[in-house]
Design a protein. Structure first.
Lengths: 234, 302
C-alpha cells in the first residue's frame, strides 16, 4: 500500500494546483487579518462567519474536490488505472491509499491557512480550535465523497462544483432538518459551537454534526470500493 | 490455460465480440484482425478488465474478473499509450513489481527493463520517452513478475524493425518456456513472424483459427477480383475464360471484372490473351487485395 500511496501522492501534487490553492489560502489570511485589524469588528462573530463562508463554504470543498476527484478519476479516465487494477491487491487498499494521499495533500493546504486566518482575526483559541476541528472533519467527509465522484463520473470537477454550489449551497441554508444532509452545515454548526459565534449558524447538535460527515465519508468509501471492484477498466 | 466459451460483449447497441469460443494453451498465439474487430475487447475480457455480456472466460481455471489473486499469474500490455508520465521507467516497473508483491522489486525492475533493451539507470521521466520506448516499458511491467499468462495488445506498434525483432524473439522465448502468450495484431506479416497459432477475429466474430500457414493458405485460396480496362472487352473476356485463368467475368462497357482463385496464373495469362485478341490493356487493378477484404472473406465463408 506504501507504493500506491507514494504514487498517488506524486500524481496529486502539481505546481498549478498548489499555486491556485495556496492563492486561495492567502486570500483567507488577508481576510482574517482585515478582521483582526478592524477595531469595530466583533472578532468572534465575524471570524466565525469568515471561516464558515469562505473556509467551509468555498475553500475546503473546492480544494478537496481538486485533489480527491482526480486521485482515482484521472487514472480511470486516462487509462493508467489498469496498471493498479490488474494487480493482486484488495480494492479497498487502492481506495485507502488514494484517500490517504488526498488527505496528506489537502489537509495542510486547507487547514494551515484557515487556522492561521482564524488566529489572525484575534477571536482567540476557541475559534482556532473550532476551525481546526471543523476543517479537518469537512475535509475528510469531502475527500470520501469526491473520491467516489471522481471514479463515478467523467468531468468530476464540473459535477463536484455543481454539487458544492447546488447541494451544499442550498441545502445548508434550507433550515435545521434539511441542512443535516449538507456536510457544510454540520461542519459550520460544530465550528460555531466551539467558537461561540452567532447562534443562527448552529442548526445541528454536536454529536450529529460530528457523526453525519463521518458517516457520509464511510458510505462514500464503501461505494468507491464497490465501484472499483465492479466497474469495467479501460 | 485460457478457455472462452460462447463469449459475447456488447456496449449498449454496439456488439464488440459475438459468440466467440476458443481454447489457448502454452506457446504464442496471435490474435489477428483489422482495427475495430474486437481484439482489444477480447483481451480485456481475458484479463478480467471487463465482464462478458454472455458466455464465460476462464484463465488458469478461474474467472479473471473479481479475483485479484489471479493477477499474480497474468501480465498485460494494454493498448493505450498512457503511463504514469512523471515516473522514470525504473520506478514505473518497480511499482508493478511492488504491487505484485515481489521480493527485491528494484532488482526485478532493472532486469525487466534490460530484457526489453532499456537502460534502468535512465533518469528521464516517461513523458519524455518515444512511443517505442514507452511500449517497451509497458512490456517490462507486464513481464516483471514472470506471469504464466501474458496478454499483449498491439505490443509492436511504434517500434523500429530491430526492436520488433527483439520483442518477437522475446515472446517466442516466453512461449517456448511454456507460458501462454497472446499477442494481438492487425498486421499479417507481423503475425507470420511469430510463427504461431492464430485466432482471426473480424467484426467481433472468430473468423478462423489454427496454424498460421493454414490460415495463410485459406486467405490465398480465396477468389480475388480484379478490374481490367481494355478497348476490346468481350474478346479479351472470352480469351481469358478459354485460358482457364479466371472463374468468372462481368463485362461493363470497356471494363472487365474478373474473378480468379490464382492471381499468379491470371497474371501470366492476361498478356498473351491481350496479344492474341489485339486488345490494349489500359488498367489492371486488384479490388480486394487489402487485409480488410481478407477478413471479410473469412467471416463470409463461415
Amino acid at each position: 500500500m506504501k507504493a500506491l500511496y507514494r504514487l498517488f501522492l506524486s500524481t496529486q501534487v502539481t505546481k498549478g494546483r498548489l499555486i491556485g490553492l495556496l492563492t486561495l489560502g492567502a486570500v483567507a489570511l488577508v481576510l482574517g487579518f482585515s478582521i483582526g485589524t478592524n477595531a469595530a469588528a466583533d472578532a468572534i462573530d465575524d471570524g466565525t462567519i469568515l471561516i464558515s463562508a469562505f473556509g467551509l463554504g468555498l475553500f475546503v470543498p473546492v480544494a478537496t474536490l481538486v485533489f480527491a476527484s482526480s486521485v482515482l478519476g484521472d487514472p480511470n479516465e486516462d487509462g493508467t488505472l489498469v496498471y493498479l487494477w490488474l494487480r493482486p491487491i484488495a480494492r479497498w487498499r487502492i481506495v485507502a491509499a488514494a484517500l490517504a494521499a488526498t488527505l496528506t495533500v489537502t489537509l495542510p493546504v486547507v487547514v494551515v491557512p484557515m487556522v492561521a486566518a482564524a488566529a489572525l482575526t484575534g477571536a482567540g483559541a476557541p475559534l482556532v480550535e473550532g476551525t481546526l476541528i471543523a476543517c479537518v472533519l469537512a475535509t475528510v467527509a469531502y475527500a470520501g465523497v469526491f473520491t467516489w465522484l471522481g471514479l463515478r463520473v467523467k468531468r468530476a470537477l464540473v459535477w463536484g462544483l455543481a454539487y458544492i454550489l447546488i447541494w451544499e449551497g442550498f441545502v445548508a441554508g434550507a433550515g435545521a432538518n434539511p441542512s443535516r444532509l449538507a456536510i457544510r452545515a454540520n461542519a459550520r454548526s460544530l465550528l460555531t459551537r466551539i467558537s461561540g459565534g452567532p447562534h443562527r449558524l448552529i442548526e445541528v447538535s454536536a454529536p450529529t454534526a460530528i457523526a453525519l460527515p463521518l458517516i457520509a465519508a464511510a458510505v462514500a468509501v464503501v461505494l468507491t470500493v464497490r465501484r472499483l471492484t465492479r466497474q469495467d477498466v479501460a | 490455460m485460457i478457455v472462452a466459451d460462447g463469449v459475447s460483449k456488447w456496449f449498449g447497441d454496439v456488439v464488440a465480440v459475438s459468440d466467440v469460443s476458443f481454447r489457448v494453451g502454452p506457446g504464442v498465439t496471435a490474435l489477428l484482425g483489422p482495427n475495430g474487430a474486437g481484439k482489444s475487447t477480447m483481451l480485456r475480457l481475458l484479463c478480467g478488465l471487463t465482464r462478458p455480456s454472455q458466455g464465460t472466460v476462464k484463465v488458469l481455471g478461474e474467472d479473471p474478473h473479481g479475483d485479484p489473486e489471479l493477477y499474480r499469474r497474468i501480465g498485460l500490455v494494454p493498448q493505450q499509450e498512457a503511463v504514469f508520465g512523471t515516473l522514470t521507467a525504473r520506478r514505473f516497473v518497480r511499482l508493478a513489481a511492488e504491487l505484485q508483491g515481489l521480493d527485491g522489486p528494484d532488482v526485478a525492475a532493472a532486469e525487466a527493463l534490460r530484457g526489453v533493451e532499456l537502460d534502468p539507470e535512465d533518469r528521464r521521466p516517461l513523458v519524455t520517452y518515444s512511443k517505442g520506448m514507452r511500449q517497451r516499458v509497458k512490456v517490462a511491467q507486464a513481464l516483471v513478475h514472470g506471469p504464466e499468462v501474458v496478454l499483449l495488445d498491439e505490443p509492436l506498434e511504434g517500434l523500429d524493425p530491430r526492436q520488433r525483432l527483439h520483442l518477437i524473439n522475446l515472446f517466442r522465448r516466453l512461449g517456448d518456456e511454456g507460458r501462454c502468450v497472446i499477442v494481438s495484431s492487425h498486421v499479417l506479416d507481423e503475425v507470420e513472424r511469430f510463427g504461431s497459432r492464430v485466432l482471426v477475429i473480424a467484426q467481433g466474430r472468430l473468423a478462423a483459427e489454427g496454424d498460421f500457414h493454414e490460415i495463410r493458405n485459406l486467405m490465398d485460396d480465396r477468389p480475388n477480383r480484379l478490374r481490367l480496362r481494355t478497348d476490346r472487352p468481350r474478346e479479351l473476356a472470352a480469351a481469358l475464360v478459354v485460358s482457364g485463368a479466371i472463374v468468372g467475368v462481368q463485362v461493363q462497357d470497356d471494363v472487365l471484372l474478373v474473378d480468379t482463385t490464382d492471381v499468379g496464373a491470371f497474371r501470366r495469362a492476361v498478356a498473351p490473351a491481350a496479344k492474341a485478341t489485339g486488345a490494349r490493356l489500359h488498367e489492371l487493378v486488384p479490388l480486394d487485395d487489402d487485409l480488410e477484404s481478407v477478413f471479410r472473406y473469412l467471416v463470409a465463408r463461415q
